[in-house]
Design a binder for this molecule. Structure first.
Ligand code: PEP
Ligand code: MG
Length: 570
């Protein structure tokens, strides 16, 4: 291997390098005297950018699914955003500067604002603003970018970065993959690459400096490995891996229409986690049994102000409709900790993960909570809705949240008689206090879903954001397994179901143990669903139960792994 980046879209590609031209334009601060002329130029450049985006959107609609093509609706919104435009116009008028300078200055401000956000997803939105503003600037300067739709031989595109617009135009027949200096797994380019099923390695750092046109490049979009002019041995190793991957993909395809059931007939649910309505097609394509977690906070983080009842209602409705009667669990606002808002300042705390967040915030800000509950309850008309509260630590918190929900439900029912009467109201088990006493919580909650990302950080007292203590993220540690068992048993004693929506639920190593512990619902990223279903189909539930019992008695995570290796006969 010569270089290493972030594996952003699975698959192996070997092809000739196509160097994407990088435009490093230095924009001068030019003074202008005819302000009207400059403002007309700006209008024309914006209008042309909107036309360009519309064109890209229609190409994307053919290449991608509708939901991913809808990214370009967001681009049109940026291009026509009155607030951004007002700021550009004011700068031109006040400082008497050329339009391209004003666009660059204002876009820089927004790009910096998004880039400095802690949340990876929000950080990547800076790329969308950059994409749109670059189009407007190029239009002002009369620069025409190369047309990627005209590529007609097999290549791997190499560039500093690939904008979402560029990615969406790639023709899979010729573009075998792409490799870039910057970018991460949650960038829109990465999301689109996965949707197009084009292998991609991003964030390599220096790929553009390391290759030239005509070089042969090999990339592994899963591991992030990059080989420049690879040897025959490397090519044959990669080709073997590609073949194995292809075979696995074909095998997994056959699991699309199979039930999620163990070899000896024990039925479970394998569901998908989503962050927005745009993620639903991924779950539908993988034939997920349900949506086990919709992280509703992304709606809030993507917004410039508290999202209105109507905006939220539309988003929840789309998800429920597209899941066509399959269960959808929507988590109420889980804000705070590492998730911040542009329009609300959280108090400064020593330990924000232990502070004013999630249900603690919602019970304090009933106005915000009520808007969300109203939207959720109204949307229940369109499918099988479950609602869950995040970060529940005490039974009183759950009872208070549920009582408030009941009050809001009655109010909404009067206005909208068609809403469902069967909404399940459950809670996340993310705090050890809830896990150890789950049996009593489940006298009140309709279901529980274990959030292992937080449950592990709180149990091990190890900040999930800290690399230094990341070795303590031990999903297979017997202490965690025992908490999971207590949670599941507590739910079952009350006739309730127990799910899991933390990363552990999609971990192929953990799944046999979780199955044996009696977990009813496994919710994971859509790309893991079929592999999980295939694995479960090879396991006897009885064997998994024996395995789980052995693991619970182990001294440490390493011993659990050894037990797993010794006893996995599937
Ligand atoms: C969790 O804590 O496991 C969870 C699913 O929630 P989040 O990762 O959004 O905190
Ligand atoms: Mg959590």
């Amino acid at each position: 291997m010569n270089l290493k980046g972030i594996g952003a879209s699975r698959g192996i590609a070997i092809a000739k390098v196509f160097e994407l031209k990088h435009y490093d334009i230095k924009i001068e601060k030019k003074s202008v005297s005819d302000l009207n002329k400059e403002l007309t130029k700006l209008d024309q450049a914006i209008n042309k950018a909107v036309e360009q985006i519309e064109k890209i959107k229609s190409i994307a609609a053919k290449n991608l699914d509708a939901e991913h093509a809808a990214v370009f609706d967001a681009h049109i919104q940026v291009a026509t955003d009155p607030m951004i435009k007002d700021e550009i116009v004011s700068l031109i008028n006040n400082d008497k500067v050329c339009a391209e300078y004003a666009v660059e200055e204002i876009s820089k401000k927004y790009i910096e604002m998004f880039s400095s956000m802690e949340d990876e997803y929000m950080k990547e939105r800076a790329a969308d603003i950059k994409d749109v503003c670059q189009k407007i600037i190029f239009n002002l300067l009369g620069i025409e970018k190369e047309d990627l739709t005209s590529i007609n031989e097999e290549v791997i595109i190499v560039g500093v970065d690939l904008t979402p617009s560029e990615t969406s135009q790639l023709n899979k027949k010729f573009v075998k993959g792409f490799a870039t200096d910057i970018g991460g797994r949650t960038s829109h380019s990465a999301i689109m690459a996965r949707s197009l099923e084009i292998p991609a390695v991003l964030g390599i750092g220096n790929i553009t400096e390391s290759v030239k046109s005509g070089d042969i490049l090999a990339i592994n979009g899963q591991t992030g490995e990059v080989y420049i002019n690879p040897s025959k041995e490397v090519i044959s190793k990669l080709e073997k891996a590609a073949k194995a991957e292809e075979e696995l993909k074909k095998l997994l395809e056959t699991f699309k229409n199979k039930p999620s059931v163990s070899k000896d007939g024990h039925k479970i649910e394998i569901a998908g986690n989503i962050g927005s309505p745009q993620d639903v097609p991924g779950v539908v394509n993988a034939n997920g049994d349900a949506v086990g977690l919709f992280r509703s906070e992304f709606l809030y983080m993507d917004s410039n102000d508290w999202p209105s009842e109507e905006e939220q209602y539309q988003a929840y409705k789309v998800v429920l409709e597209n899941m066509k009667g399959k269960k959808v669990i929507i988590r109420t606002l889980d804000i705070g900790g590492d998730k911040t808002l542009k329009y609300f300042t959280f108090p400064t705390e020593m330990n924000p993960f232990l502070g004013y967040r999630a249900i603690r915030f919602c019970l304090d800000r009933k106005d915000v909570f009520k808007t969300q509950l109203r939207a959720l309850i109204r949307a229940s008309e369109f499918g099988k809705l479950g609602i869950m509260f995040p970060m529940i630590a005490t039974i009183d918190e759950f009872k208070n949240a549920r009582a408030f929900y009941d009050e809001v439900y009655k109010e909404v029912k009067k206005e909208y008689p068609n809403i469902s009467s069967k909404i399940e109201v459950g809670m996340m088990v993310e705090i050890p206090a809830a896990a150890v006493n789950c049996e009593n919580f489940c006298k009140y909650a309709d279901f529980v879903s274990i959030g292992t990302n937080d449950l592990i950080q709180y149990t091990m007292a190890a900040d999930r954001m800290s690399e230094k203590v990341s070795y303590l993220y031990q999903p297979l540690n017997p202490s965690i397994l025992r908490l999971v068992k207590m949670t599941i048993d507590g739910a079952h004693k009350n006739g309730k179901w127990a799910g899991m929506c933390g990363e552990m639920a999609g971990d192929l190593q953990a799944i046999p143990i979780l199955l044996g512990l009696g977990l009813d619902e496994f919710s994971m990223s859509a790309s893991s669903i079929l592999a999980a279903r295939e694995l479960v189909s090879r396991i006897n539930f009885k064997d998994a139960q024996k395995l789980a019992n052995l693991c619970l008695e182990a001294d440490n995570e390493q011993e659990v792994i050894e037990i797993l290796n010794k006893n996995s006969n599937w």
